[in-house]
Each structure stands twice: as structure tokens, then as C-alpha cells.
Design a protein around this ligand. Sequence first.
Ligand SMILES: Cc1cc2nc3c(=O)[nH]c(=O)nc-3n(C[C@H](O)[C@H](O)[C@H](O)COP(=O)(O)OP(=O)(O)OC[C@H]3O[C@@H](n4cnc5c(N)ncnc54)[C@H](O)[C@@H]3O)c2cc1C
Length: 353
Amino acid sequence: MHVDHIIVGQGLCGTWLSYYLQKENKSFVVIDDNRDGTPSKIAAGIINPVTGRRMVETWMIDELLPFVWHAYSEIGYVLDIQAISQKNIIDFFPSPQMLDSFRKRVEEGCQYLHPFPEQNQFNHLFNYDFGCGEIRPVYTAQTEILLPAWRQQLKTNTHLLEEEFDSVFLSVSDDKISYKEITAKKIIFCDGAGGFDNPYFKMLPFAPNKGEVLMAEIPELPDHTIYKKGMLLAPLAEKNLFWFGSSYEWDFTDTGPTKKFRDATGQILKSWLKLPFKIADHKAGVRPATLERRPFVGFHPLYKNVGILNGMGTKGCSLAPYFANQLAGHLIFDSPIQAEADVKRFHKILTRA
Ligand SMILES: Cc1cc2nc3c(=O)[nH]c(=O)nc-3n(C[C@H](O)[C@H](O)[C@H](O)COP(=O)(O)OP(=O)(O)OC[C@H]3O[C@@H](n4cnc5c(N)ncnc54)[C@H](O)[C@@H]3O)c2cc1C
């Protein structure tokens, strides 16, 4: 079989890259082993315009918000699914300091933070002592619907090889890529945490970050909004099911779910929520984060036909479609990749023997 491109991985990065290549009638095959617990499978899908305790605007958010709304709506239309929705965040301040911080950012003119007039509206649902504000607009990418739907489309079009990619079978020469019985012009690694051991890109400054999350059944909680008090409580596509998390761990030995997280986080939910709930599931994944919090996009300086789309960190739902589109544009029209994301910035590291 000969194709234009081999894509390794069908998380958010591989999904979006294959989508944009298909749109331009390029031929490709996606190789994905369908493993459990990948970040794309356990993410809440939240596209939050502010970040951190100081509630600063996230990188490139003014440009990303309209882009992702359009991108997810478009792929949703193609697949006949709802791939994105707007669910704003009600932010319950966990301390007087956080209330002050929020007020200060509103005074500074942050366009995404809004005072919430009905301070007592949630009294019957939650315990909160320091009031609440609203973060708006906030989008939710329905990754739990999108990923299987796109996978099915890949299968139907015989664009998917469901197996583990093993670089032992990969041969790279100046004008050709061969992998088992497939030949291609280029190969692009969208392998998420697999990138930490990827022979071509493992020297990049990845900073693996573990996240754990609980899924809770809360039948009486309205699901038209996301709730936040330190952690996020976000409605999932399945009725009555909410996502509660998550942790951010830089230093870990065990990549799986831990009893410590389950117990502590269950307690946090119990003391915040006034409604009955049941923990339905508990998951953990490793985010492909990077030391300087910017993605890795583009081609290897020595192996010009070996590319990467990775390093989306905590923001894959917004960054993956945006940079997949940029990489597809680069592949097809030779358009530039944004300098802060272009893997060219690691020329020295990648060309070291
Ligand atoms: C708990 C948690 C919550 C999160 N919440 C959010 C959120 O609300 N909003 C947000 O924007 N981001 C969130 N993120 C981050 C987001 O999930 C990631 O940035 C994004 O999913 C990364 O996508 P990816 O495609 O690069 O990697 P992955 O999701 O890891 O996908 C890689 C794919 O490649 C496959 N693969 C890897 N190696 C091989 C191989 N050798 N052979 C075959 N297949 C292979 C894997 O099976 C997988 O399918 C969250 C992450 C976690 C862990």
C-alpha cells in the first residue's frame, strides 16, 4: 500500500491531523493501538479561557476560541454528532484571596470574567462561603463522542491500522518511508506519551504530567453549566454523569489510578456538594506536557520526512485542532508553522549525535 502520510496515534492530535488531510484529499493511514487511559480519552474537554490562581488569559485564547468553535462544529457536521457545546463555568471561590483575585481581574478588564449577580442561586446544591463568579464563554469539546466517531469513519474508509506501531519495522530514507507493507512520503508522530520514548523525538524537553479524575453519578445536579471550586465538576455526554478533577503531578512513579486520590477527592466532593452522588469510575492518564509549555509541531531537521504533532500538555482540546490545521497547511501548501510551536527551535538538540 502506498499513501502520502502515515500518522501514528489517534488521540486528539492524530484525529485532527487526519481530518485536515482528508479534507484536502490526501491519502493516509493512521496506526493506533487503541490503548486505555490516554489523555484524549479521559479529558473533560474543557476549553477554559483563563488559567491558574491569577486567572490570566490562556496562551492565544482570543484566536483559539473562534477557531475551535468553527473546527469542532465542522467535524461534528461531517460526522453527524455534537462535537462542541458552550457550558460556562460557575467559579465558587475557595478563599477570600481567590475572591479578591477574581475581583481584581474583573476591574483590570479581563473579558472572560464576570460578576455573578445571583450569589445565592446555588445554595441548595453546594457549600460555598466566599461567593461565586462566572467564566464565560467556556466550551466543551465532546471528545468521548468525537474520538470513536472519527475512528469509525477511519475504519469504514480503511484508513486505520489498529495495532501497536513498532519503530523496528520503520525505515526512513531521503525520499521514502517504509513501514511493514506500507510506503509513504512522510510519517507524522501524534503518539502523545509514546513520544517520550520515540527514537526521533525523545530528546525534546517533554515534561510528563499525571492527571487523575473521578466520574460521579449525580442525578439531581443540573448539567447546563460547569462548576468549579479549586477542582472542576463538569457534565459529560452521558446523562447524570459528571467529571470531577483533576490532579497535576510532575513527580510520579505509578501512572495508574491511586487510592490516595480517590479517597481525598471523594471527600472534597462530599464536603462541597449537597446532593447524593456515587463514584462510578476513576481514571488516570499522563499528559504530554513540555518544559516551556508550548507544543512540538513540524519536521525533524535531519529526517525531513519525519514529523511530530505533540506536546499539547493541559490544552490539547484547543491546541490540537489549531496546530493540526497549521501542520496540514505546511504539508500541503508549504505554509509556515508558528515559530513558538515549530520544532525547528530545537534544531541543536535534535541534531546532536
Ligand atoms: C485527566 C486529564 C484531563 C484533561 N482535561 C483536559 C481538558 O479539559 N481540556 C484540554 O484541553 N485538555 C485536557 N487534557 C489534556 C489533553 O487530554 C491532552 O493534551 C491531549 O489529549 C493530548 O492528545 P494527543 O493526541 O497528543 O495524545 P494522546 O491522547 O496520548 O493520544 C496518543 C494516541 O497515540 C496512540 N499511541 C501511542 N503510541 C503508540 C504506538 N507505539 N502504536 C500505536 N499507537 C500509539 C495512543 O494509543 C493514543 O491513542 C487533560 C488530560 C488529562 C490527563
